[in-house]
Design a binder for this molecule. Structure first.
Ligand code: NAP
Length: 295
């Protein structure tokens, strides 16, 4: 039977409506407009396009957003000074430095310089530590989006075996730590796999929920998926396709055609996790603005 498609665009639209209402109410009660600063270093085309969408999303929903463009040659100290200035700017509740940064800049140093109370990307060690201990805090946008997508689409996470392929700091490790928490939308049994996992298909076949965050086009094939599993495809990969007007198209880390015949539910690429990631940045920015006035 064909899997149910988990529509990330629809869920993200619903969440954005809730965020817009929250922004309105905060403005009315306190006069505070949530503010987001997006910092772009250099002219990497993918980063430029991400930053543009993040700014547009913020603007559309009523968040004050500022984009700061720095040349690729900017010294690390100058970037750190900018982060320091934004940390102290009361109009700004969220700071996002678009990654990757050029080689001469230490990414960790820059992320660590962001004030944890403005870390709407959720990459600061304080935010990541709070996931581990189950304390409230900013959740990184992609893992947070995955969790919301599961909850809003009625997937039962509690008690399920979630198998995650990928152990990056931005997706695999945080989502694993979030879903293992003793709380609503979590309480899962979690397994993390990576490139050194022995007999990967035998492990992925155990997953009631399988999350693929690998960065390899169509890597997860039907034989790696349990019958009736829920499959969340985080991957965004551009592959050549001469039949496509642009000569290329986007695919996920999951071989959609065959896996969608075996899974009970699946996210498409595009239109699955991607829009949720964007929505959760807005969510975190609103939460940060609320916290700044103790609401
Ligand atoms: N939709 C969104 O909003 C969103 C957001 C972020 C990322 N993404 C996409 O998600 C994908 C993953 O991103 P990422 O930043 O997490 O990637 P990453 O940092 O490159 O991590 C990839 C992970 O996959 C594992 N892996 C690679 N080859 C493997 C193999 N043959 N077998 C098993 N595991 C393997 C790696 O294992 P090792 O650790 O052993 O190397 C690593 O843990 C990318 O396509 C990215 O574009 C999408």
């Amino acid at each position: 039977m064909a899997a149910r498609i988990i529509d990330g665009n629809a869920v993200a639209a619903q969440i954005k409506q809730e965020i817009a209402a929250g922004i309105e109410s905060l403005k009315k009660k306190t006069g505070i407009v949530p503010g987001l600063a997006v910092v772009l270093v250099g002219e990497n085309p993918a980063s430029m396009s991400y930053v543009k969408s993040k700014n547009r999303d913020a603007h559309e929903i009523g968040i004050h957003s500022e984009q700061v463009n720095l040349p690729v040659t900017v010294p690390e100290a100058e970037l750190l000074a900018l982060v320091d200035r934004l940390n102290r700017d009361p109009k700004i509740h969220g700071i996002l430095v678009q990654l990757p940064l050029p080689d001469h800049i230490d990414e960790r140093k820059v992320i660590n310089a962001i004030a944890p109370e403005k870390d709407v990307d959720g990459f600061h060690p304080v935010s990541l530590g709070r996931i581990m201990t189950g304390e409230p805090g900013f959740r990184p946008c992609t893992p947070f989006g995955i969790q919301k997508l599961l909850v809003y689409s009625g997937v039962k996470v509690a008690g399920s075996h979630v198998v995650i392929v990928g152990r990056s700091n931005i997706v695999g490790k945080p989502i694993a730590n979030m879903l293992v928490q003793k709380e609503e939308g979590a309480d899962a049994t979690v397994t993390i796999c990576h490139s050194r996992t022995r007999d990967l298909p035998a492990v992925t076949r155990l997953g009631d929920i399988l999350i693929a965050a690998i960065g390899r086009p169509e890597f997860i094939t039907a034989d790696m998926v349990k019958d009736g599993a829920v499959v969340i495809d985080v991957g965004i990969n551009r592959i050549e396709d001469k039949s496509h007007p642009k000569g290329q198209r986007l695919v996920g880390d999951v071989k959609f055609d065959e896996v969608s015949k075996k899974a009970s539910a699946i996210t498409p690429v595009p239109g699955g996790v991607g829009p949720m990631t964007r929505a959760m940045l807005l969510y975190n920015t609103l939460e940060s603005a609320r916290a700044s006035v103790g609401r």
